[in-house]
Design a binder for this molecule. Structure first.
Ligand code: HEM
Ligand code: HEM
Length: 397
């Protein structure tokens, strides 16, 4: 059986590429749809969901790499002539669908991969390529755009595949010609017609559909403001005003670290370099819990099982600032999810004139605040949550 295509038949290389890619894609699609719909209300359900997503991504990446090789092969290889060159409209439709499939082979998995690389955590790719991609920043804006592209073009690809399969079946069942058997078994059609000249219409139509899809994807992306970089509010009643800063959190999920931050929080700081009555001052941090982003699991973090922001939209850390052997200690209570616990945050401070740089971190245990009660062990969500703060403050004149 010849490896290369001829004027009248598909060779083994083209056919192997076609059916391998088809198998990967037709497996990745149901995995993606099912994984997306599965609940994650218990640790077991989340583990199954993550496992299916891991397989979806792993097969998707395989389809992408094989798809690229297939496209290169299609570029250098001749294409057998169509069996019914006189059916112009049918040829244009089939050609357009082939172009849609070729473009989708790149855009669909690549957008999924970019989405995956731009958010941290949840459902690793099982290939040993690492979890990030060069040139893809870890950013909500990039993730959200790539997610919208993946969503829209999986639909375009699905529709193209349905049309493609319907066409193949129509040839086999209604026309009773060798179109399907040429691809399935390398059969050479008996009454092979002469070559036809291909026009540009199929590729133009396919690109027009993709341009329309890109427009729909753009509409689905939330506006820039909703995705703005975290920044604290400047209001304060203390003697220092926070001018910039980040309040971050990191937790282990499925053994991999997921990091996020709170976009809205305020810090009331009263601080003197010289301690009086054993303390340097006080700090009250008020955190808008609805402003959390946590990689690919932001939605879950907001829900009743975790931060329960509907019932407890704010958290407050009120502490005294005490001297410590290295730097300082903010020692007080954290009220989170309606529960109050003692928390001590060690931090360092560098004061240059009227500006202070502060960095500190503390590890909390999510169980102290009743977070993730149905996740009784650490297999899905780790117990420790590292909270890190870095801020710049100006002395109020
Ligand atoms: C050719 C390969 C691929 C196909 C055909 C495909 C198809 C799909 C489909 C049909 C869905 C469900 C969409 C829905 O239910 O509305 C989905 C979701 C998803 N896919 Fe893919 N996918 C592919 C490759 C990838 C790759 C390589 C990755 C990541 C590395 C990926 C990541 C995702 C993610 C994260 C979701 C969930 C999106 C969300 O939460 O909104 N996919 N994919
Ligand atoms: C059960 C599923 C499928 C069947 C029955 C099928 C059948 C066929 C047949 C009969 C042809 C030859 C058409 C011709 O002679 O002009 C073909 C070509 C092609 N198929 Fe599929 N296919 C299937 C799935 C897929 C999938 C999932 C993809 C996805 C990416 C795909 C991509 C293509 C492409 C790009 C060509 C054009 C080959 C060329 O450049 O000449 N097919 N398919």
């Amino acid at each position: 059986m010849p490896a290369r295509n001829s004027e009248t038949s598909f060779g083994t290389v083209t056919r192997t590429f076609h059916w391998l890619v088809a198998l990967l894609i037709l497996t990745a699609i149901p995995l993606g749809v099912i994984a997306n719909q599965l609940p994650y209300d218990t640790a077991e359900a989340l583990a199954v969901k993550a496992e299916l997503f891991s397989w979806h991504k792993t097969l998707g990446v395989a389809a992408f790499l094989l798809g690229l090789a297939r496209i290169l092969w299609a570029v250098v290889e001749r294409h057998p002539v169509p069996l019914h060159p006189e059916r112009k409209a049918e040829l244009t439709l089939a050609g357009m669908v082939h172009w849609l499939l070729y473009i989708s082979l790149v855009v669909v998995p690549l957008s999924g991969w970019v989405h995956h690389a731009a958010v941290t955590g949840f459902a690793p790719i099982l290939w040993p390529f690492g979890q990030t991609l060069p040139f893809v920043p870890q950013s909500e804006a990039v993730a959200s755009a790539a997610g919208a592209v993946h969503w829209v073009f999986t639909k375009v690809m699905g529709l193209a595949i349905l049309l493609h399969i319907a066409g193949a079946l129509k040839h086999h069942v209604i026309d009773r010609d060798a179109t399907l058997l040429r691809m399935a078994r390398g059969v050479v059609a008996p009454d092979q017609p002469q070559p036809v000249r291909k026009g540009a219409a199929p590729v133009v139509f396919a690109l027009a559909i993709y341009a329309a899809g890109a427009g729909v994807a753009a509409l689905l992306v939330p506006d820039g403001e909703a995705l703005a970089a975290p920044a604290p509010a400047a209001e304060t009643t203390g003697n220092w005003t926070v001018t910039e800063g980040t309040l971050g959190l990191t937790v282990k999920q499925m053994g991999a670290e997921v990091s996020g931050s709170f976009a809205n929080w305020t810090a009331d700081i009263t601080f003197d370099e010289t301690a009086s009555a054993g303390k340097h001052g006080t700090v009250t941090v008020t955190i808008d819990m609805t402003s959390v982003t946590l990689g690919s699991v932001t939605k879950q973090a907001l829900e009743a099982e975790f931060f329960d922001v509907a019932s407890h939209p704010t958290a407050v850390f009120a502490a005294d600032i005490l001297p410590a052997t290295e730097g300082y200690l903010a020692q007080g209570t954290l009220t989170l999810r309606g529960m109050e616990k003692a928390v001590a945050l060690p931090f360092t401070l560098t004061i240059t004139g009227d500006e202070a740089q502060m960095t500190g971190a503390v590890t909390l245990d999510r169980r102290d605040f009743g977070i993730g009660r149905s996740y009784g062990d650490e297999a899905s969500v780790g117990f420790p949550v590292v909270v890190d703060v870095a801020l710049t403050a100006r002395r109020v004149p």
